[in-house]
Design a protein around this ligand. Structure first.
Ligand SMILES: [Zn+2]
Length: 196
């Protein structure tokens, strides 16, 4: 195989769930049938890697130092809601019940996959929550085993610093991922959140 083609195949294998065969199929497809798409993909990737960073406050993706939501003066700075992903954050926003700010972990604790406190930015969360303005941290990680374990760990960590912590109420089904729960249920769970 041509060196450049081999390199492309190796690069495509970095994508989650892509094995050697499908990587090769993708590479052939791009070079044979969609060179324009291939060029677009390469430009988009380059641009995203150069310009997209993590928000200094909430850790979500942004092209600025601080994302639009964290910069929004209308949000209630005394509330900080911890979610696993930007998709979960979007779900909570859809409920229109929450006007505080967020911290996006970009994952969850998962010892079996080697994902520990460092990988989900807990030091950054701790610094954020202890800014002296935040009065309540609302844990809105998923109601899966890993999400619950993550909520428990964060709750202990923040309470040890004297911070007030609450957890979404159990309207969300056991094993439930926020992304797939309807907005009404999440709204209820947010309103009924309780101290941990
Ligand atoms: Zn932000």
């Amino acid at each position: 195989m041509a060196k450049a083609l081999e390199y492309l195949t190796e690069a495509l294998r970095r994508l989650p769930g892509v094995g050697p065969k499908s990587a090769q199929r993708m590479a052939f497809h791009l070079l044979q049938h969609d060179r324009e798409g291939a060029a677009m993909l390469s430009r988009a990737l380059y641009q995203a890697v150069e310009s997209v960073n993590h928000c200094a406050l909430c850790n979500t993706f942004t092209e600025a130092d601080v994302c639009d939501m964290c910069a929004d003066e209308a949000r209630d700075r005394r509330l900080l809601c911890v979610v696993e992903t930007p998709a979960d954050q979007a779900m909570i926003e859809q409920t229109l019940t929450y006007k505080g700010l967020y911290f996006v972990l970009m994952g969850r604790l998962s010892p079996l996959d080697g994902i520990g406190p460092k990988d989900i930015h807990l030091e950054k969360l701790l610094a954020r929550a202890a800014d002296g303005v935040v009065g309540e941290v609302v844990l809105a990680t998923n109601f899966t085993n890993e999400g619950e374990a993550t909520a428990h760990y964060i709750s202990e960590m923040l309470k040890a610093r004297g911070l007030q912590v609450s957890r979404l109420a159990r309207g969300v089904p056991v094993g439930g991922e926020l992304e797939y729960v309807d907005a009404g249920t999440i709204a209820r769970a947010m309103l009924d959140r309780r101290s941990t």
